[in-house]
Design a protein around this ligand. Structure first.
Ligand code: AMP
Ligand code: MG
Length: 416
């Protein structure tokens, strides 16, 4: 099936993970398989799309060595020990052209980090993650991606009985600011240094041989976070739970729990049912990025002089945001004219079809409509939505319009 696993994460000191097999699902069933992503990863879609047992964790693919990662995090400002409570990393898949991706099963049962949780995930939240993460990718925003969602045929007990599901998450890595919080709180200086060296090797190899590499590392992370948060602001994405455990070192959007896109412009927008103070409101995201980076700077203190990283973050954010906003508001003149010339376009009409801004985003009312149908076993609405989201710059009569009644009471939930 062309899996090509390596396991460099498990070469880190043993405090950073526990070996953990996924739970055996009774009768797994494929719900959605991302053929396009599989092709990009060099995987054999024809075989894999008929192998739900692999994506449920029931059968381990060749070369997999499952583990759960340890991490901590500041949740709404308060430190907590966390870790993969419902996920296992099968390994790092190396694509034929040499790119390295974590392949993680989310919802595959209890782990040593589950605390009081059941280790499970349910179908609709996993489909929601699939839809929104793939939409983010199509919008050109760095993100973890979704390779498959399978039903496990296990009941999941929440407020009512739900259908158990596993999502296969593909990420450049799952190293979080919270992984550094963990190393700082529970590890030795050697553990912290090992994690920093590993993160640099994996994401910023160009600074490996520099003298002050740990300070540079922090600066690089600042740049990635600033670029990411600016992109969120530009499309109206509200992450909803920017705890340090949900901030990836490599600058990908991770954790699609309570996130949602803003319809009506309101800087105070909050969707998450538990964010009563608005800590993670749309307008606060840039400064929370800086707050999280300060936690990383603190964690790195034993090995790095943290210098002006936070100032650098603010400058990078401002530059990225301003450039992005200008591009949203201005016509990319040269580019448009040369495309018009190339395409032998009608001079007048061309200006009425300018494509500078996304026209299709995963609007809450459309995502809810797709999930409601999926809950009844009809996946056609979701497939139609996903097809539109793949081409966000093409106007769609069905998906471009805001909801008719402003849905100011749209609520989202964590840990579903
Ligand atoms: P999140 O809100 O998704 O960022 O999750 C925060 C922490 O709760 C992480 O350590 C998760 O692994 C853990 N967690 C969330 N849901 C469950 C669950 N059903 N069982 C066990 N752990 C969970
Ligand atoms: Mg999380």
């Amino acid at each position: 099936m062309s899996w090509n696993f390596e396991h460099t994460y498990s070469e880190l000191p043993e405090i950073f993970f526990r070996e953990q097999k996924p739970e055996v699902a009774p009768a797994p069933k494929m719900v959605i398989f991302n053929e396009e992503l599989a092709a990009d990863l060099g995987l054999n879609s024809d075989e894999l799309k008929n192998s739900p047992e692999i994506f449920a964790g029931t059968v381990l693919p060749h070369g997999a060595k499952p583990l759960s990662q340890a991490y901590a995090g500041y949740q709404f400002g308060h430190f907590a020990m966390l870790g993969d409570g419902r996920a296992v990393l099968l390994g790092e898949h190396i694509t034929p052209d040499g790119r390295r991706f974590d392949i993680q099963l989310k919802g595959s049962g209890r782990t040593p980090f589950s605390r009081n949780g059941d280790g499970y995930a349910s179908l609709l939240p996993m489909l929601r993650e699939y839809i929104i993460s793939e939409a983010m990718h199509a919008l050109g925003i760095p993100t973890t991606r979704s390779l498959a969602v399978v039903l496990t045929r296990t009941d999941v007990f929440r407020e009512k009985i739900l259908q158990g599901a596993v999502l296969t998450r593909v990420a450049s890595s799952h190293i979080r600011v919270g992984t550094f919080d963990y190393a700082s709180a529970f590890g030795t200086r050697t553990d912290l240094q090992a994690l920093a060296d590993y993160s640099i090797w994996r994401h910023f190899p160009e600074i490996q041989d520099t003298e002050n590499k740990y300070s540079l590392f922090l600066k690089k992370v600042a740049e990635r976070q600033a670029a990411l948060v600016a992109k969120w602001q530009l499309v109206g994405f509200v992450h909803g739970v920017m705890n340090t455990d949900n901030m990836s070192i490599c600058g990908e959007t991770i954790d699609y729990g309570p996130c949602a896109f803003m319809d009506t412009y309101d800087p105070d927008t909050v969707f998450s049912s538990i964010d009563t103070e608005g800590r993670y409101a749309y307008k606060n995201q840039p400064k929370i990025g800086a707050w999280n980076l300060s936690r990383l700077a603190e964690a790195l203190l034993p090995i790095a002089s943290t210098g002006d990283a936070i100032k650098h973050y603010h400058e990078c954010y401002k530059k990225n945001w301003l450039n992005g906003m200008r591009a949203k508001m201005e016509t990319p003149i040269e580019e448009t004219l040369s495309k018009m010339e190339q395409d032998k376009s009608d001079y007048t009409n061309s200006f009425s079809h300018l494509k500078q801004n996304p026209k299709v985003i995963p609007r809450n009312h459309k995502v809810e409509e797709a999930l409601a149908a999926a809950g009844q076993g009809d996946f056609s609405v979701m497939h139609k939505l996903l097809a539109a989201l793949k081409n966000p710059y093409i106007h769609s009569e069905e998906y471009s319009h805001p909801p008719t009644a402003t849905c100011c009471n749209y609520k989202t939930f964590c840990g579903t």
